[in-house]
Design a protein. Sequence first.
Length: 436
Amino acid sequence: MLRHLCCIVAATTLASVALADGHRMECGGLTAVFNQHGKLIDLQKRGVSMLANATDGPAWTLSYKGGSIDSKAYQEPPLVTYGDGEMTFRWQAADLPSVICSVRPNDDNDGLAFSSSVENNTKFRLDDFRYPQEFRFKITSPEDYLIVVQNTRHETNLTPLKGLKKFEVMYPGFMSMQMSGFRLGQDALLFYTDDTTAQVKEHHYDSDGDILDYNVSHYIALRPDKFWEPDYSLVVCLLPNGDYNDMAHRYGKWARAQRWARKKFADKLALRPSMERILTDGLVRMDSLPAGKAFKQDKAHEPWHYIGDPKLNPSAIYEPYNDRLLQILLRHEKLYGVRPGWWLPMWSGSQFDSNFPVYFPLPDYMGDFEKFKNECERNGLTILPHVNVVQWAVFNFTPESQKRYQAEWEEITGYKEEPWHFRYVGKAKRPPRHLS
C-alpha cells in the first residue's frame, strides 16, 4: 500500500462514496470532499465546512526550474478506483508525469491518509511536489492561533491567526521537530510529518483577512525516468475541543514511539562520552571547501566540478585538503583548549551532496580519507562526515562575518588566505570568541 503525503483525521468508522459531482471519504466526525478532478475542496466536521478551498484549480502542483506542471495539464479527469478501503486517483498522459494520489485509513485506523507518488516522464528535473494543493482555513475567532514546532528561529511559539504575516519553515532544517497546530473555534487541527528519514519539505503559512492559507511542498529533485515514493506522511488530526496541550500530546504519542525515543538522552550520553563532551565544547560546521571559485557547474542541475589549476584556484596550493584540515583541527584545540565535534558537510570534496550517493573514492585533491580518519581517532577528534542528501546545514557565513573574524582565522590556520571556514552551530558552554 502506498505511504506518502498522508493526512490523518480522528475517526472510528470509514466510508468512501462516489458522488455525481465528485468523491468523499468519511472517518468518524470528519469528511474529506474531492471534486471529480481529484482536488480536495473541503474538510467537514460533523457536516460543517472547515475549509474555504477553491472548487476548481489543480489537485497538486509539480515545480521545476522556470515553470510548473499541475493536474489541470491533463486533458482527461483522473482514473478513480476503490478497493480495500482506499480511494485512488491516477493521472497519466504522454510526456507528462504519472501521478498517483490515494486516500485511505492511517495505520492506527484513526484517520485518513492522503498519499502520492510521481514518475517523471518529462525531459527535465522536477524539484518540488505540493499535495494537497491547499488547506484554506476559516478564521472564526480572534482567539484562533497557530502553534509551530519549530519556527525559523528553532523556537516553539503561538501566533494569532488574525493578521498573521506570511512565512515559511523548511524541515527538517536543523534536525527540528515538524509540527503545526491550528486552534479553530472550539476545535484543533494538528499537522505533522511522520518522517523518520529527514526528507526536505517546506511548510507555507499566509493570512488573507478571515482565511489562513496553509500548504506543504516536498523537495523531490526527481530526474527524468525516475520514481518518487517517500515513506512518510503529512498527518492531520482533528481534536474536538482541543488546545495546544492536546496537540502536543497527540504529536508526542507518535514521536515517543520512534526509534530515537527508545532510550533516554542520559542513557545515550553514557554510551557515547564524546557526545557529552560536545555539549560542553560545542559542534562546529566546516563552512566551505575551498574558496567558491574552486568549483564550476557546466549547466543547471549538473554536478559541480573541481578546478585544480592554481592559476584559476589559488586554494589548490593547500592540497591535499584532508592533510591541511587535520592540521587546522589540531591547531584549534591547542590554541583554545576546547575539543568540539566537527561537522564536515564537504568531507568528500564536492559542493554540497552533488556526488550523492557514491562518495568513494575521494578525488585526489582531498587526499587519503582513511589516513585522515585514523589520525582524528588517534588524537581524540570527533568528526561527523555529512552523508545525508536531504539534510543540509542551515547556517552560512556572510562576507561581513568573514571579514570580522579574519584575524581569528589567521590565528587558527596560520595562513592569511585559508580555503576552510568554520562556524559553531551548537550552543556550547565555552565556544571560542571567533566562532560564537
